[in-house]
Design a protein. Structure first.
Length: 261
């Protein structure tokens, strides 16, 4: 790993543009929540701040550079954070009053974003495009075309947020019951499994992008790195889903206690 820190400048390792944007988003969050919701609970604020800064670690830290140029497993960890870790934390941190604000409500219910916010559409689109992205020829093509790759990742990020919205935000336009949310989580887990299995159990190196890359970890071959990437993605995804199931259970238990009272 010393090779990375010796070969790149601080500005190349840590994306200053993303850092400034995250600072602005954090400031804007506290400003807007104070105006719209009057106050924000500490739990929600902590969740949001952790979410945006975890997102920065994925896209603005050396992890992004290593994943883009050297290790497929680092690239998969970056994706796992961007699509499965950051969105739930950020959405949990949003006050309920915010998504019920007239402007936000109209934005989420009309036009293209309104269509994409529907749970089933968001689920199939996200998992379909995510799986397609890992088709070897498309993956290698996008890696050589930075603009196309950036647009593709932007679309996946938007779909990841819309996929999580109905599960985690109790005031969203397409709110799901706890039981439906469990089924929805199971559906997403099933849809993403084939591409992870293909990566983990493939007997060949799928992506030429990493074949000629310098070997950062001596004991980790290209094939092992590829398999590790699939395992990392699946473990992170399942870990997040299990955590969300726990949140849904406590939400359901809280509702039941209120009914009893």
């Amino acid at each position: 790993m010393n090779y990375i820190f010796e070969s790149y400048s601080y500005q190349e390792l840590w994306n200053i543009g993303w850092l400034i944007l995250i600072f602005l988003i954090t400031f804007f969050y506290f400003y807007v929540t104070k105006k719209v919701a009057n106050r924000t609970s500490k739990g929600k604020a902590v969740s949001f701040v952790i979410g945006v800064w975890v997102f920065y670690v994925a896209v603005g830290s050396p992890l992004h550079l290593i994943g883009h140029n050297y290790l497929f497993s680092a690239h998969m960890l970056e994706q796992a954070i961007v699509y499965f870790v950051a969105p739930p934390l950020i959405l949990i941190g949003l006050p309920n009053q915010l998504t019920k604000h007239p402007f936000i409500s109209r934005l989420l219910s009309r036009g293209l974003l309104g269509v994409l916010s529907k749970p089933i559409i968001a689920s199939f689109l996200f998992n379909g495009l995510f799986s397609l992205y890992h088709y070897p020829s498309l993956f290698d093509y996008l890696r050589l075309n930075h603009l196309y790759q950036s647009v593709y990742h932007l679309i996946l990020t938007i779909l990841a947020f819309t996929m999580w919205l109905s599960i985690l935000h109790s005031k969203s336009n397409y709110e799901l019951s706890e039981l439906k949310s469990l089924g929805y989580i199971f559906l997403n887990s099933v849809l993403i499994t084939p591409v992870c299995a293909l990566i983990i159990f493939s007997n060949n190196v799928l992506y030429t992008t990493y074949i000629n890359a310098p070997q950062l970890i001596s004991f980790l071959s290209i094939k092992d790195d590829q398999q590790l990437g699939g395992i990392v993605m699946k473990l992170v995804q399942e870990g997040v889903f299990i955590t969300i199931i726990g949140i849904l259970f406590f939400r359901w238990a809280k509702k039941e206690r209120k009914k009893e009272k």
